[in-house]
Structures are given as structure tokens and as C-alpha cells.
Design a protein. Structure first.
Length: 452
């Protein structure tokens, strides 16, 4: 029995040769892209198909790409709730749901039977109107073009995919072609059987280079062995600057009230400005959106009302509620207090994805992945899923260097402005505004632990 390892690494501070005649994946038509996987699945029900009819889809956006973005958002919230439910209330958390979805979409290329059906269901791909499993890859190609090929260069958002395969095996040509053309994931043959540690070093170096060396040593020692067939990697890296930077001289040491621990003191940024904001009384949350230069990407903060635990907000959270909160945002004159923070999260997704219904993929007996290697008796399954993410927020924006002298003092609240004071646990997310694509999602429960 041989296995695959999936890894997703994202950095909020995120290639291709073309074996076919596709000149530009972003302008290609479905007939131009060689998407012919070994198995195709269609759900007999067309879930949520009517939703698109009642929504205003952005100009020049493929309706199915819009639906894919919504499907990714639904998966993101479900996964977030599953992962945070098992964590301490004082633990920071951060992930890139779109990175995870993309990597599993590449895995889906080689899947059949119940394995394919579970992938379609768990990742919400079966909620897309024209949703045969092969069409999903075309929609992903268009979504990636929308996200990663922006004309505006004021922010840097880059995604990279790679397949690392055991060099003694013959990989399915169709699988390689689709992975390379649609996802930019070229196969890199390595000697897993005889040189597992050398292979691990090569992969870790590749990830480090793609994430500006912010994410290192992602594959632990001993993970690669003689049974490893392929390691599939997705990375996403972002570096952006606030459209309205926080004046460095405004930063003060202020208390942060953790959920179940003593308050701590953290450098807290401050500015008075007009931002998009909403107070949602029914959910007992304040929602603040801070744009990055270019306006297409924003960071959104969801802050519970005083005396409302973040866990209560998380329990009621849905993708539909998030969308309604975004629609409620209006320009408001604000006094914003925001802690500087840095989050690093590293965890396995295997157990939680199994709980969400993705069971067969991880089973040596039940997994069906005949479309990846030529050997029909290979018996492939996914042995492990790693995810590692990094987020840093400061006065300049994300992943920017700054030196700050912290002065401990009080600060009065202006009487004529709405106050957004993030001095207690909150949810943070990064989205592409036009199609509401959730790129990153997490929570800040203890900014003092980052030692910024």
C-alpha cells in the first residue's frame, strides 16, 4: 500500500510550463483546456442553484466562478468551526481555506467512486450549478486568474502549486497535464524510497522560497518513507500595505482581555479615519473592514460586543451570515484601536476532515485514486494532510518591518466617533472584495503571545 501526503502552506504578510497549446489559461475556453480525468461525478441534485439568480454577480465574472467562491466560503466556515471547537479559547488560529480547497481539487483529479463523491460534498463543490466534477477544474483556473493575476501591484498575492513524486513510478499523463495546465503544478521526481531526508529538504526549501522564507521546515522528519508516492503542495503568500496606515507615534501599550486568562498588555495601534463598518445587533458583533492599497483586498475584523464571548459568535457563524454582514458595511467615521499581532498555526487536517465526511480518501482499504499513477494495483490513499499558516499585522500593513517605541499611557475616546476597540478576542479574515473570496480566516485570542 502506498500513500500521498498533502501539504498547504499560507503566508499573509501566498507556475507553469504548458504541455498543450493553451496560450493563456485566463482567456481560455473550456474546450481549450484538457480536463479529462479518469472519473467524472455528477450529483443528481442541483443544490443552491437558485441562489445565483437572486444575486448581482460582478461584471465580467463567470457565474460558476462566483458560485465556486461561495462554495469555498461555505467550506471555510465549516472547517473553521470544526477546528476552533477543539482548541483552547485562548489559542490563536489562522488558515487559508482557499489553499486547502485548491490542493484537494488537484487530488480530486485522480479520484473515483465514493472517494470522489465525498470530495465533492465536503468541499461544497456539489453546490455549483454546472457541477460535474471535471468542470470544477476549469472554474478553479478562472478563480485563480481572478485572484492572482491582478494588474495592481501595490499588494503582492502569489499562489504556487507543485507535485513531488517518487521517481521510480510512472504517473498518469492526463493527471500531470491537467495539474500543470490548470493549477501550474509541475511534477518534480524525487527519490523518496532511497533518499527520504534529501527529498524532505528539497521540498522544505521549495516551500521556504515560495513564502519568502516565512514558512520553513514544514514536513517533519520521518514523514517521508519508502511508501510515499507523491507529496502535493499548495502555497499562498501575501504582502500588503494598508491604504490608511496607522501612525507609528500613536501606538501605545494597552490591555487585552483574554477569554479565560488574566488580561495582558499589548502594543495597540490607533487611528481616526472613515472606514466601512457595521454594528450587527442581532449577532452582537461589530464588523470593521480595512482596505489594502489597491482596494481589491481587505482585512475584516469581527469583534463581539462587550460581555459576548467569541465562542458564542463562532457557534452561530455561517457563510451566509458573513455575506450579510459584508453587505451591511457602510462608511463611518471611526476611532480604531487594533493590537499588533503575529500568528503562526501548524496542524494536521486529517482528523477534522474525516469528521466532516472525507473518510474514504484516508483509508488504505477504501480510497479510490486510480487516476494518479499508471499502476492499477498501486492502492493509493492519503496518509496525512499538513497545513501551516502565518499572519503578521502592524502599522504598515501585513508582514512589514517596523521598529516601535512603546509608551505606556492612557488614551481618551473621542465623543463624536464610533469606537472600534479590539481589546478582546476577535475573528480576522482576508477577502477579495469583488467576488467575496475568503483567502484567509482565523482568530486572535492572545496577541500578547506573539511578542511583537
Amino acid at each position: 500500500m502506498q500513500f500521498l501526503i498533502l501539504c498547504f502552506f499560507c503566508l499573509w504578510s501566498t507556475g507553469t510550463t504548458k504541455p498543450h497549446s493553451v496560450q493563456d489559461i485566463c482567456t481560455a475556453k473550456p474546450k481549450d483546456i484538457p480536463v479529462n480525468p479518469v472519473c467524472i461525478y455528477r450529483n443528481p441534485e442541483k443544490k443552491l442553484q437558485e441562489e445565483a439568480d437572486h444575486e448581482k454577480i460582478p461584471t465580467s465574472t463567470n457565474p460558476r466562478v462566483w458560485e465556486l467562491s461561495k462554495a469555498n466560503s461555505r467550506f471555510a466556515v465549516l472547517l473553521y468551526k470544526n477546528l476552533t471547537n477543539a482548541r483552547d479559547d485562548n489559542e490563536n488560529f489562522f488558515m487559508s481555506p482557499i489553499s486547502i480547497s485548491t490542493a484537494f481539487a488537484m487530488t480530486k483529479l485522480g479520484a473515483c467512486g465514493t472517494t470522489l463523491q465525498q470530495l465533492m460534498t465536503v468541499f461544497q463543490f456539489d453546490t455549483i450549478s454546472e457541477k460535474t466534477s471535471d468542470q470544477i477544474h476549469f472554474f478553479f483556473a478562472k478563480l485563480n486568474c481572478r485572484l492572482y493575476k491582478k494588474v495592481n501591484k501595490s499588494s503582492e498575492l502569489v499562489s504556487a502549486n507543485r507535485l513531488f513524486g517518487e521517481k521510480s513510478l510512472k504517473f498518469n499523463e492526463t493527471y500531470q497535464n491537467i495539474s500543470e495546465v490548470v493549477y501550474g503544478a509541475k511534477l518534480w521526481p524525487l527519490n523518496f524510497k532511497e533518499k527520504p531526508e534529501l527529498s524532505r529538504g528539497i521540498i522544505n526549501d521549495w516551500v521556504a522560497n515560495k513564502t519568502e522564507k516565512r514558512i520553513t521546515n514544514v514536513i517533519p522528519e520521518g514523514v517521508i518513507d519508502e511508501f510515499t508516492v507523491m507529496i502535493l503542495i499548495n502555497t499562498i503568500y501575501f504582502k500588503g500595505h494598508w491604504k490608511s496606515k496607522f501612525p507609528l507615534e500613536n501606538t501605545r501599550a494597552e490591555p487585552f482581555f483574554r477569554a479565560t486568562a488574566e488580561p495582558c498588555v499589548v502594543p495597540t495601534m490607533y487611528q481616526e479615519m472613515t472606514f466601512r463598518y457595521a454594528s450587527i445587533a442581532s449577532a452582537k458583533v461589530q464588523v470593521l473592514e480595512l482596505p489594502y492599497q489597491g482596494d481589491d483586498l481587505t482585512m475584516v475584523f469581527i469583534l463581539p460586543y462587550l460581555n459576548t464571548p467569541l465562542a458564542q459568535v463562532e457557534q452561530q457563524l455561517t457563510a451566509e451570515k458573513l455575506e450579510s454582514w459584508f453587505r451591511a458595511l457602510k462608511e463611518v467615521s471611526l476611532s480604531v484601536h487594533l493590537p499588533r499581532f503575529k500568528i503562526e498555526s501548524s496542524f494536521s487536517l486529517k482528523e477534522k476532515l474525516q469528521e466532516m465526511g472525507l473518510r474514504d480518501l484516508f483509508s488504505p482499504e477504501r480510497a479510490s485514486l486510480p487516476g494518479i499513477v499508471e499502476d492499477p494495483e498501486a492502492g493509493l490513499y492519503v496518509s496525512e494532510v499538513f497545513h501551516k499558516a502565518f499572519l503578521e499585522v502592524n502599522e504598515e500593513g501585513s508582514e512589514a518591518a517596523a521598529s516601535t517605541t512603546v509608551v505606556i499611557s492612557g488614551r481618551s475616546f473621542p465623543l463624536n466617533k464610533v469606537v472600534f476597540n479590539a481589546n478582546r478576542p476577535f475573528i480576522v479574515l482576508i477577502r477579495e472584495v469583488a467576488i467575496n473570496a475568503l483567502l484567509f480566516l482565523g482568530k486572535v485570542a492572545d496577541p500578547c503571545s506573539s511578542n511583537l
